[in-house]
Design a protein around this ligand. Structure first.
Ligand code: SF4
Ligand code: SF4
Length: 100
């Protein structure tokens, strides 16, 4: 089962889960589609390129900005990594499949 979204985490719970985007700058053209897509303030524009400035504002399980990148420059941890990170944690999980 793919976990698409985990809701209502406390700030402390959220910071224990390393889920946020990584940008491959060798592919990035600075089009800013990712920054436009994300409504969570994860990205900011710095010197003409996107920078992940607020990684723990990324919604756990969301990959919404990946498909909007025309260069395939954005990645997140694997679903397997997320499943491992969730093991043993009592956290509210929603599998609605609705990315931001
Ligand atoms: S995965 Fe979702 S919440 Fe995270 S940076 Fe991308 S659009 Fe924003
Ligand atoms: S959408 Fe992709 S190519 Fe465009 S700025 Fe973001 S990471 Fe770079």
């Amino acid at each position: 089962m793919v976990i698409n979204m985990i809701k209502k985490l406390t700030a402390e719970q959220r910071k224990k889960i390393k889920w946020f985007p990584t940008i491959d700058y060798s592919k990035c053209t600075g089009c800013m589609a990712c920054l436009t897509k994300c409504k969570r303030g994860v990205y900011a524009k710095r010197d003409g390129r996107p920078v992940v400035v607020s990684p723990y504002s990324c919604v756990v399980g969301c990959r919404g900005c990946e498909p909007v990148c025309p260069k395939g420059a954005i990645s997140h941890p694997s679903d397997r990594h997320l499943t491992q990170a969730m093991k043993g944690r009592s956290l509210p999980v929603c599998c609605g499949g609705k990315n931001l």
